[in-house]
Design a protein around this ligand. Structure first.
Ligand SMILES: [Zn+2]
Length: 421
């Protein structure tokens, strides 16, 4: 859900940490810097190049868990543009450093600007991009090839204009944002690759100009019920795994959840059994629960667990077969909830960067790579890459390039503002 935010204040990037407590320049001041001004103008003027990159990245397949080839292309581009220390970490994230202007070994703050490599589309999907006027059609063209192209545009034009920042910027093309990827790229970034080194995090994901500061968390389970199974007539009297699952679903559907913050549950897939005349030996279901509030997410999860356990007990009791049906709940998705406060410097920087450029930005909530830093209380936002996206996650996905340069400019000014002390 998106809502409009009041724009207030032009002060950019006042750091939260006392180490960076001095007042940062206003966006207006940043715009007076000739190098920044030149980079922003070039971000608009070179939009055709940015769109060409977006199409090229999109036409390299990047199915879940198979992002290597697209990652190699981003590595090549990072090197060609002169980023330092270009590397690929253990899980496949591609990183490159834009050195801070200050002549110190490890300039702070360190800002990470990321976009994700992976798509939801399986191997073999036709990823050829087709143009119709201003509209590009192709699976993944907006989500998140737009983000990747904007990352590259920021690097290209900041380098060319020789923009210097007191802080360091690490640009990242990360793996594992979508679905069962379960944010594994950004988890690795924060837990291993750049552990304790990230002061501010921005994910460029999706389209339009927006600032997402609320992370909707989710828990996903695959629940498997098991029993001996047998002939439907001859073995009648056995407890039934699908019977237990039916009882569990009935209980789940009766669960009560709060409206604000919005908390949800869904039994999305079921399966099991082998034949109409066999008592099944197995039944399974997949369940998704979400909330932006960690406590509400924990509560709905606890109620779900209880519902499943009680259902198994009741099925066994019904047939007087204690212990016959067993259940395993596998956590297959775990995206932590969290948020960055609306009045925090990073959110204000995101909004005011839009204001001074003459655009308007909405505040929003979503489930993105920023869930990880938000849950760890590291300042983080997710912003759009501009343009207008449609049908993300569908084969009919499209991206309207009309005025898409606005997203490039906005992301660039956010990057520069956050790399101030
Ligand atoms: Zn995405």
């Amino acid at each position: 859900m998106l809502r409009f935010a009041a724009m207030s204040g032009l002060v950019l990037a006042m750091a939260t940490s006392s180490a960076y407590a001095q007042e940062a320049p206003s966006a207006g001041d940043l715009l007076k810097d000739p190098a920044v001004k030149a980079a922003l103008e070039a971000a608009k003027a070179s939009e055709a190049q940015t769109i060409a990159d977006q199409i090229r990245f999109c036409e390299i397949p990047a199915p879940p868990f198979k992002e290597e080839v697209r990652g190699q292309e981003l590595k090549r581009v990072f090197e060609q543009l002169g980023l330092q220390n270009v590397r690929i970490d253990k899980v496949g994230n591609v990183l490159g450093d834009y050195p801070g202007g200050a002549p110190v070994a490890a300039p702070r703050p360190r800002v990470v600007i990321a976009a994700h490599l992976d798509t939801v589309f399986p191997e073999g999907t036709d990823v050829k991009v087709k143009r119709q006027g201003t509209v590009l059609h192709g699976p993944g063209i907006g989500d998140d090839c737009r983000g990747l192209a904007v990352v590259v545009a920021i690097v290209r034009e900041m380098k060319k204009a020789k923009v210097q920042t007191p802080g360091a910027i690490t640009f990242v093309a990360n793996v594992g944002e979508e679905g069962l990827g379960d944010l594994r790229g950004v988890k690795e970034l924060f837990r291993v690759t750049l552990k304790d080194q990230i002061d501010r995090f921005v994910s460029i994901d999706g389209t339009g100009v927006h600032v997402t500061n609320v992370a909707v968390g989710s828990h996903r389970y695959r629940v498997t019920f098991k029993g001996p199974g047998g002939h439907s007539f001859g073995a009648f009297g056995l407890a039934n795994p699908i019977g237990a699952m039916g009882r569990a679903i009935a209980k789940i559907e009766e669960m009560q959840v709060g409206r604000s913050p919005k908390t949800t549950f869904n039994v999305g897939r079921v399966g099991g059994g082998t034949s109409v005349n066999a008592i099944p030996f197995e039944g399974w279901m997949e369940v998704d629960m979400r909330s932006s509030d960690p406590a509400s997410l924990a509560a709905v999860d606890a109620n779900f667990q209880k519902a499943v356990d009680e259902a198994v007990g009741e099925e066994n009791q019904r047939w007087a077969k204690p212990g016959m049906i067993t259940v395993v709940k596998d956590l297959v998705g775990d995206r932590p909830a969290g948020s960055t406060p609306e009045n925090s410097p990073i959110v204000r920087a995101g909004l005011s960067a839009a204001t001074v450029l003459g655009f308007s930005a909405n505040l929003g909530e979503g489930s993105t790579d920023s869930n990880i830093p938000m849950s760890m209380k590291v300042p983080a936002i997710t912003i759009g890459g501009g343009g207008r996206g449609r049908d993300a996650h569908a084969l009919t996905e499209s991206f309207d390039t009309t005025d898409s340069w606005m997203g490039t400019q906005h992301a660039m000014l956010v990057t520069i503002a956050l790399a101030q002390r």
